[in-house]
Write a protein that binds this ligand. Structure first.
Ligand code: KG4
Ligand code: ZN
Length: 340
């Protein structure tokens, strides 16, 4: 069933508010990667508007695909492309369907196999693009706008979920607090920048969920930020941002570090948009150096949504399970599952 003649894979990503296409060779060499963000479209609403996102994907996907193909020395006839990988969940249903429909159409017209990719697994493969020789087992901290997961990866394709958030995702907390502080959307990068100018010790925000589990909770922290700003209307926004970021990062680093120790991981790996956070990157690096294990920090562009990670995960899935049927649907609630 596995097809070992597949080199160049076209990846398509439309699960949320990034329209992206990329050509990756041999599962790890990025030949082209184009990401068109819809930030301007959604910024004035303070968050992603699903209906608008789906429509924007319809308009943007063709030019984004043409760009990615042209930069890879190909064209819309798919010259030199051996397979197509597309995100089919989790995400916004109307957005996912745009990518899935396009992938099916191209697969039929070009006569190449197509494979559906889990967006979460794609984030895990982002680190392999830059470090193809990652050692196992690994602990991955996957922190994005929709997810906060601590995952043990015993080998590629073998996952054990250690913990997750019981309320808001880490990126969601950044976005909500930023909106409350009037910093705009997306909130993560705005807080990251502003926090550099503030005092992280100015306010002692709660560190959420005591105990030795691996789960996270960020809604209490968010409420605490709101209450603090109400009580101290003159507080410098920089100080609030820095103290909030410090609290989130403390919790993420503490849990990830303990998970690595408990599972005997050889390294901790960051994935997802919040993995672009400067303080989180610094603190994970310091913690891992202290504990004598590796730290893999994908470049910021590979932490946030992109299609190179989709192509990489698709290439691997094609070799370890084969293509998807052409009646592939989209699943907004798709979960991360190991290969059989
Ligand atoms: O992985 P991603 O691009 O999309 C999802 O799959 O959700 O993650 C987006 C999330 C947003 O919540 C955004 O605010 C957050 O990642 N983010 C950051 C930073 N850059 C992006 N959070 C903190 N610091 C950053 N530098
Ligand atoms: Zn993502």
């Amino acid at each position: 069933m596995a097809d070992h003649h597949i080199n160049r894979v076209l990846g398509i990503e439309t699960s949320c508010d990034e329209t992206a296409a990329s050509v990756v060779d041999g599962g790890s060499a990025i030949v082209s990667s184009v990401v068109s963000s819809q930030i301007d479209l959604h910024a004035r609403y303070g968050g992603v508007v699903p209906e608008l996102a789906g429509r924007a994907h319809v308009e943007l996907l063709t030019p984004v695909l043409s760009d990615a193909l042209a930069q890879a020395g190909s064209d819309t006839s798919g010259t030199g492309i051996d397979a197509i990988a597309v995100t089919y969940g989790p995400g916004l249903i109307g957005s996912l369907l745009v990518g899935v429909a396009e992938a099916k159409a191209l697969s039929m017209v070009w006569g190449v196999p197509m494979v559906g990719v889990n967006h979460l697994e794609a984030h895990l493969f982002a680190s392999l693009l830059e470090q193809p020789d990652l050692g196992w087992p690994l602990v991955v901290l996957l922190v994005s706008g929709g997810h906060t997961l601590l995952i043990e990866v015993t080998e590629p394709g073998r996952y054990r979920l250690l913990g997750g958030t019981i309320d808001d995702a880490a990126g969601e907390a950044f976005d909500k607090v930023a909106r409350y502080l009037g910093l705009g959307y997306p909130g993560g990068p705005a807080i990251d920048r502003l926090a550099e100018l503030g005092d992280p010790g100015a306010f002692a925000f709660p560190r959420s969920l005591p105990g030795d589990g691996y789960d996270f909770s960020f809604s209490g922290l968010k409420t605490s930020v709101v209450n603090t700003v109400r009580k101290h209307p003159d507080a410098a926004t920089e100080d609030v941002a820095a103290s909030f970021q410090q609290a989130v990062v403390d919790v993420l680093v503490t849990r990830a570090r303990r998970a690595a120790a408990d599972t005997g991981a050889r390294a901790v790996c960051l994935a997802g948009g919040v993995g672009a956070n400067s303080l989180l990157r610094r603190r994970i690096e310091e913690a891992c150096a202290h504990d004598g294990i590796g730290a893999f920090l994908p470049s910021r562009a590979l932490c946030t949504d992109n299609a190179a990670m989709v192509a990489a995960a698709g290439w691997w899935r094609l070799r370890n399970g084969g293509p998807s049927p052409l009646n592939l649907g989209a699943d907004p609630n798709l979960r991360l599952v190991s290969v059989p």
